[in-house]
Design a protein around this ligand. Structure first.
Ligand code: HEC
Length: 398
């Protein structure tokens, strides 16, 4: 009991920190990208200045100039932007441990996908995270990333391939979190292992009166462009656990492939606008088509295909029997499932009245998707899901 309560609060504290840090990080990174794009060459600017921008905010005007690569001498005070990124990763990693590693049997493993022990799943998750980052890092350092378009296509196929693989090893929810964690790790590592160290080299060169190497600035900029295009997809992956139709339907990996493509396309709209170019309005047409495709793909239903016929008219008694045998061990006033101490999300599925009341939620989580039972721990069958779907289709009466 106490352990369960403690992890619940730890989960809240770290999620709170994670979301706030991520807002700070994304806010400042979008701000700087927009600022960079809006810089205009001006008259009478100091030597070494690439451009200036005027902005108005909080009751005053700002005149901002950007030195490329650096001013002639070190300023006496310099603000760095890095703790937003580091805090996001550190709190996110603790959260992964609390939610996915400590409760791997529910949220990381799905025995009907692959029969892993929680330890195996945890090691797989951590190992593939490190490996995927190393591969990305090697690709960038080898100079491949300088060929922007082939690198973007290669990177995209790499992430889609990983997603396909993860959805065939872990639970849908675990796989989505895993791919999000990999993208997030790549982004933070870009700050930690390239952008900031290069910035420090530039500062060190200035302090000893040398001219900083332009390549240091260029490498940092390259990684920051990658981060810009990865931001929107990672957000969808991180909130996907609230959407059973997203992570727990048959073509969940194809949905991720669409999201990974839509994010950069939408960023392109804002990047063009901030650079003062004509706005590419077609972006919203593509975004709408992508969302329609996601909608249709999610309608394919749960992962396991139902073979055999489902009766056109389903008795409520049959539905009640299924829910009581597959759900009520957790969703009851006094759950009997090991690690569950109170009904999850206060949802009771222990009698006919409750089942009626939560009919649509049961549909989204267990009939039109396989989000529940988590990791399919109570071994609900495709035929049972189809039976509930048929009951819902005929008006969910009793
Ligand atoms: C092993 C225990 C367990 C079983 C069995 C189980 N659930 Fe759950 N259920 C959970 C947990 C844990 C959560 C909270 C998930 C989270 O934190 O995101 C949950 C959440 C839910 C939610 C709320 C989702 C939301 O929108 O937040 C619904 C609805 C639900 N379950 C329905 C079902 C149905 C229907 C079944 C049977 C087919 C079922 N559950 C079986 C543990 C269980």
């Amino acid at each position: 009991m106490w352990q369960s309560v403690a992890t619940e609060w730890a989960s809240l504290i770290f999620r709170w920190l994670h979301v706030v840090a991520a807002m700070g990080w994304i806010g400042s990174s979008f701000y700087f990208i927009a600022l960079d794009l809006s810089l205009k060459p001006g008259q009478g600017l100091p030597d070494g200045v690439k451009g200036e921008a005027w902005q108005v905010h909080g009751g005053g005007f700002y005149r901002i100039v950007k030195y490329l690569v650096a001013p002639a001498a070190m300023p006496s005070e310099l603000t760095w932007f890095k703790w937003e990124a580091y805090t996001t990763w550190l709190s996110g990693f603790v959260l992964v441990i609390i939610v996915y590693y400590l409760e791997a049997d529910l949220f990381l493993v799905d025995k009907s996908v692959m029969d892993l022990t929680p330890t195996q799943a945890g090691l797989f998750s951590f190992g593939s995270l490190v490996l995927a980052w190393l591969l990305y890092e090697a690709a960038c350092r080898s100079g491949l990333a300088r060929h922007e378009v082939p690198f973007a296509i290669g990177g995209y196929l790499f992430l889609v391939g990983l997603t396909y693989a993860f959805t065939h090893v872990l639970s849908g929810r675990g796989a989505f979190n895993q791919i999000g964690a990999i993208v997030g790790t790549i982004m933070v590592a870009n700050v930690f292992a390239t952008i900031i160290p290069n910035q420090k080299k530039i500062v060190a060169a200035l302090l000893t009166g040398q001219t900083p190497d332009r390549r240091w600035g260029a490498a940092g900029k390259e990684r920051s462009v990658h981060n810009n295009y990865l931001t929107l997809p990672v957000i969808v992956l991180m909130i996907s656990n609230h959407y059973p139709l997203l992570f727990a339907t048959r073509y969940n990996w194809a949905i991720v492939a669409i999201v990974l493509a839509l994010g950069p396309v939408i960023r392109h709209f804002f990047n063009s606008r901030h650079a003062g170019k004509p706005s590419p309005w077609w972006v919203w047409g593509v975004a709408a088509l992508g969302m329609i495709a996601i909608f249709l793909l999610s309608a394919a239903g749960p992962r396991d295909v139902q073979t055999g016929a489902v009766p056109a008219k389903v008795d409520f008694a049959a539905v009640e029997e299924i829910v009581l045998t597959r759900c009520s061990m957790c969703h009851a006033a006094e759950p009997v499932w090991g690690s569950i101490t109170t009904a999850p999300k206060a949802i009771l599925l222990d009698d006919a009245r409750h089942i009626q009341r939560y009919a649509r939620l049961i549909g989204r989580n267990a009939a039109w998707s396989n989000a529940m039972p988590p990791g399919n721990v109570t071994e609900m069958t495709a035929a049972e899901r189809a039976t509930i779907a048929a009951w819902l289709a005929t008006g969910a009466t009793n």
